[in-house]
Design a protein around this ligand. Structure first.
Ligand code: SF4
Ligand code: SF4
Length: 164
């Protein structure tokens, strides 16, 4: 049975998504959402479920992970709902509850492994070489001391545990 979870909207607000309560369901966000053109994801529906405190329906929903955070909806919302912040809040809650979409998990795993969300594979290395660039960019990827510091941050913030 679909049932609201008391305090869920407060939890969303604590995670940065307080403006969800301003939504009056006009549908402008869904009309312009590029993701919604290709999949069944409807951001307006997700906003409504969040407003109603339907934790299971939002946190366990595959839709939650279909947003590309392009901000088209946030720019157009007549109520100034910070829609991407709401999506981020819902994702934060989902991750803390042990739910993360596989694609996002891969990106997070790359961050742990090489300090970038996209790994530097042989093809990219060859292209960089062709352009006269070093194989790795001058970031944590090429700086063991900076990578060690970054690793400390990942441990201290509990990021690694969340992704595991
Ligand atoms: S555009 Fe804003 S007010 Fe309209 S449905 Fe979307 S979030 Fe709600
Ligand atoms: S930010 Fe997300 S929900 Fe908003 S328009 Fe872009 S893909 Fe759709």
């Amino acid at each position: 049975m679909v049932a609201p979870v008391p305090g869920f909207t407060d939890e969303i607000a604590k995670n940065g998504g307080a403006t969800v309560m301003l939504c009056f369901q006009c549908g402008t966000c869904t009309a312009g959402c590029p993701s919604g053109k290709f999949v069944a994801y409807r951001i307006r529906k997700l906003m409504r479920a969040a407003q109603l405190g339907l934790k299971d329906e939002t946190v366990n929903s595959e839709d939650l992970w279909q947003c590309t955070t392009c901000y088209t909806c946030s720019e157009r919302c007549p109520r100034d709902v910070q829609i991407v912040d709401v999506v981020t809040a819902l994702r934060n809650i989902a991750v803390v509850n042990g739910k993360m979409y596989d694609g996002h998990k891969k990106v997070a795993a790359n961050l742990i492994k090489v300090g970038h969300t996209v790994d530097n594979n042989d093809k990219i290395k060859a292209l960089r070489k062709e352009l006269g660039l070093p194989e790795n960019p001058p970031t944590v990827m090429n700086n063991p001391a900076a990578m060690a510091d970054f690793d400390k941050i990942l441990n201290l913030t509990g990021f690694k545990k969340l992704v595991a």
